[in-house]
Structures are given as structure tokens and as C-alpha cells.
Design a protein around this ligand. Structure first.
Ligand SMILES: Cc1cc2nc3c(=O)[nH]c(=O)nc-3n(C[C@H](O)[C@H](O)[C@H](O)COP(=O)(O)OP(=O)(O)OC[C@H]3O[C@@H](n4cnc5c(N)ncnc54)[C@H](O)[C@@H]3O)c2cc1C
Length: 321
């Protein structure tokens, strides 16, 4: 019996959310007395793949087909289904991402499997297979019992920390042919809208709201982000007013982020904003209104004027570097 984990990458590197999934797979395999196997699809150097060994799984199946270099749900689901069958996988684990959300349902159909998305902990296997998952954009939890032989799980971000082991990996190159129908819609070209750090993968996010008064003050957000190596985000009204591009809008109707550190500057903390940030490990709120709702969700709060507080933080962050 094995636990198969799909490690998704970006620009030749394994994403941090995938390393979390790899570590979860290693822990789960140990719990089930099985072995964990990782699969990557696309072009990766052995150095990039070594991150998977550090995260706890030493067997890596690499499908380096040029046709599959760009991520696509249909052919990736076919490849993963075939590997799952070859490896006799009883659990197939994917990180949480828009690609993996699309793959997971297709995979469940192909493998006649049950599925639970956004799993937050290792399953309870004392009687059956019960997983805890986050629901209502993180405001509640549900426990799901999976009874089919094969189970598909997607892992919520920040559910486990990636392990830091020193294990060497064994990489097996695989050729898997995919049905022509899977390639009927292909990505032929991609272009970055921004050269900045990817918001969904960033370890630190600095976000600004209407409290910053206007786009001319955004240097406070970008300078702090630069000093911390962070991505930048914003509240919805900020992108609606075109102070910032729409792809930076964080929240229920925007991007959902799960960084280690989320710094909110001049954002009130409306429920729709919190829905996009409430799985962050630590939240720091800077707001001049001590009654701003965001403080209730914060791990650390600074009650103060952003125009006075943020320059001091930038200075301190630069010194730390
Ligand atoms: C269906 C629906 C979906 C929505 N989806 C989203 C979403 O995905 N994301 C989202 O963000 N919003 C969303 N909203 C909007 C949301 O309800 C809030 O209106 C919005 O988040 C408020 O943005 P804000 O905090 O930037 O602005 P405000 O509510 O105006 O808050 C500004 C804050 O800045 C503080 N401030 C002012 N001056 C300073 C200063 N000098 N220093 C420090 N602090 C200062 C104020 O005290 C205040 O708390 C949605 C709303 C609806 C109805």
C-alpha cells in the first residue's frame, strides 16, 4: 500500500505548499504502515527535486514529458491515475491550488475514489478513515468519513510544516502516454502579469487597505514588502478604485493566502477580507482605530497611524537584513 503525493512546481522549483503535502504524505504513510511516493510532472533538475527528500519522501517518480511541461488538469489527472494504479496507492494527496482542485475531482472519477478537500490534520484511523477539513472559508470544521478503498485528499495550506530531513532521493523517470482528448485544450503561451513574488505562495504578505488614503502612499506597502522579501496584497475597495491591480485583492472574492506572516495596514478586517487570510500562521494588524475588527483576528496589533508606524518598521526591517 502506498500514499502517492503530487508535488506541484512553479518555474522549476517545488512549491512550498507541495512540500507541506509531501511531509503530510510521509507522516500518513508511517501511520498506515505503507510507503510514501512523490510524483512530479514537468521539467525539474535533481537539485530542485532534492527538496522533496528534505520534506520526507525519498522515492520520486518524474514524468518529464515536454508535452506536459505546462500544467493542465486533464492530462495531469490521467498521469496521476495511472501512477496511482501502478503504485497501488490507497491515498492520493495533492496540495491545495487551483490546478490541484481541478485535478482532484477528475482523479476521484478515474479511480472510483472518495474525496475530501482542504484537509487540516492527519486522519483518525482508529475506526475507519476520518479527516477534518475546513469549511465556510475557514470559519468552521467538518469531519468526513471516507469509506472507498482509494481516497483523494487535498491538503489545506499551513496544515503541516515541511520537514527538514537530510535524505537522498531516488528518482525514477517515467513515460506515460495521455489520451489525445486530454490535450484538446492546451496552454500554448504564458506571460507574467507581474514579476513580483507569487501572492498565493509567499511566506510573508504585506497588504494595504483604504486607510492608506491613496495610491501615492503605496510605497509604504511596497518598501516594507521589499525589506521583508514579501508579496503585496490589498483589500477589495483598493483594487476597485484602481489604486492596485485586481490580482492583489485578497479575500473571499479575491485571492486566498496562507502565509507564515500577514501584515495588514489600514484594513478594517471585514469578514469578507478575513475569509482570505484566516489560515495565515501569524497576523499583524496596524490600524489607528483600536476597535477595528481586524484586531480580534490578530496575533499582534499596533494601534497607531500607519504613516508613522510603517516607516519605522521599514527602517527596522532593513536593519535586520
Ligand atoms: C459580497 C462581498 C464580497 C466582498 N469581498 C471582499 C474581499 O474579497 N476582500 C476585501 O478586502 N473586501 C471584500 N468586501 C468588502 C468588505 O466588506 C470591506 O468593505 C472591505 O474589506 C473594506 O476595505 P478596507 O478595510 O480597506 O477599508 P475600510 O473599511 O474603509 O477600512 C479602512 C481602515 O483603515 C483604518 N485607518 C484609517 N486611517 C488610518 C491610518 N492613518 N493608519 C492606520 N489605519 C488607518 C481605519 O480605522 C479602518 O479600519 C466584500 C464585500 C461584499 C459585500
Amino acid at each position: 500500500m502506498s500514499v502517492l503525493v503530487f508535488a506541484e512546481g512553479s518555474e522549476g522549483q517545488i512549491k512550498n505548499s507541495s512540500l507541506e503535502a509531501v511531509s503530510y504524505a510521509a507522516l500518513l504513510a508511517e501511520k498506515l504502515n505503507g510507503k510514501a511516493v512523490a510524483t512530479v510532472i514537468g521539467s525539474y533538475t535533481n537539485e530542485a527535486l532534492s527538496a522533496i527528500g528534505k520534506a520526507g519522501v525519498t522515492k520520486v517518480l518524474h514524468v518529464a514529458d515536454e508535452k506536459l511541461a505546462k500544467p493542465m488538469a486533464m492530462p495531469y489527472a490521467s498521469v496521476l491515475a495511472e501512477i496511482a494504479q501502478r503504485e497501488n496507492a490507497e491515498v492520493v494527496l495533492l496540495p491545495r491550488s487551483s490546478l490541484c482542485d481541478s485535478i482532484a475531482g477528475r482523479l476521484a472519477k478515474k479511480l472510483d475514489a472518495s474525496i475530501a478537500t482542504g484537509v487540516t490534520e492527519l486522519p483518525d484511523i482508529s475506526s475507519g478513515f476520518r479527516v477534518k477539513k475546513s469549511i465556510y472559508t475557514g470559519k468552521a470544521y467538518a469531519w468526513i468519513e471516507l469509506t472507498s478503498k482509494v481516497k483523494i485528499l487535498t491538503l489545506a495550506k499551513n496544515a503541516v510544516a515541511p520537514m527538514q530531513k537530510d535524505s537522498a532521493i531516488s528518482v525514477e523517470q517515467l513515460q506515460i502516454s495521455v489520451p489525445d482528448g486530454d490535450m484538446a485544450a492546451r496552454i500554448t503561451q504564458t506571460e507574467k502579469a507581474t514579476g513580483d513574488i507569487l501572492l498565493t505562495e509567499a511566506r510573508i504578505v504585506v497588504s494595504g487597505g483604504r486607510g492608506l488614503k491613496g495610491p501615492e502612499n503605496w510605497h509604504l506597502v511596497t518598501e516594507l514588502a521589499k525589506a521583508l522579501g514579501a508579496a503585496t496584497g490589498c483589500s477589495k475597495p483598493v483594487s476597485d478604485m484602481n489604486w492596485r491591480p485586481h490580482h492583489e485583492h485578497v479575500g473571499q472574492t479575491g485571492v486566498k493566502v496562507s502565509p507564515d506572516l500577514y501584515i495588514a495596514i489600514g484594513i478594517s478586517g471585514a469578514i469578507q477580507h478575513l475569509a482570505g487570510v484566516n489560515t495565515s500562521k501569524y497576523i499583524v494588524v496596524i490600524n489607528n482605530d483600536a476597535d477595528a475588527p481586524f484586531f480580534k483576528a490578530a496575533d499582534y496589533g499596533i494601534v497607531g497611524d500607519a504613516f508613522q508606524v510603517v516607516p519605522k518598521l521599514i527602517e527596522a526591517a532593513k536593519k535586520l537584513k
